[in-house]
Design a protein around this ligand. Sequence first.
Ligand code: ATP
Length: 255
Amino acid sequence: MLEVANLYKFFRHVRAVNGLSLHVQAGEIVGLLGPNGAGKTTTLRCICGILRPDAGQIAVGGYDLATQEQQAKRLMAFIPEMPNPYDLLTVREHIQFVAMCYGTLRTFHERIQELLDRFDLRDKENELVATLSKGMKQKLAVACAFVHDARVYLCDEPLLGIDPRGQHELKTELQRLRDEGCAILVSTHQLDTAERLCDRVIIMQAGRKLAEGTLEELRAQSQMADSTLEQVFLRLTEEAENAAAVVSDVSPANQ
Ligand code: ATP
């Protein structure tokens, strides 16, 4: 459902994404993990079309993002890490505005009602977005992502700032969408949540894929039977950092 091949994105001298390939199948939740600055957000922003990659191919539901942008984008929904909603719309107007980008309001009427209830936004529906708390703005971003029938969901730290009930609703919705055959890519630092929610994880470091697989496969790769995802993550990323330090120590610049 989502195919990324040899993705590169540079910011001047920074190789934020450095030859990354990944895929997410229909009916799968894949966790995108990695230390700060690993390139997770840049990857997600390239996939959803906010950033233009320097090289690589992205296909969504078989549509090439570079040449069939509208068809590809129509299949996607994105929950950003730091939502930047329109302050001068009310909560209801904001969700309606996003819905109208994908169809007529009548099509989405019931879905909007359900999302307002589900994410505790009902008593704020006529308030300006500017007056919402940080967590409420995040819930609004979640409701906007869920308002239309996407097939590929890209979620960048979606649980950040959301209260426990909202987190529960969000995880339940992601699992329901997975069971309906959607493909879901979620970046998170919450490794216990990733362990429970994701069918598979990809660990990124310095713009590259460091490891990929189910928890069982990663345990085998790191030779840590019975370990948690957190323990495996710490081992693999530490080993990679040590290896990178050795390489930079013996590089000609340091001779
Ligand atoms: P975090 O876990 O902290 O959110 P991340 O894995 O999402 O990190 P990115 O935000 O993708 O990492 O950043 C990857 C690299 O690209 C970092 O070195 C970052 O400083 C750099 N970077 C990201 N956006 C920009 C930008 N707009 N301009 C310059 N450098 C950027």
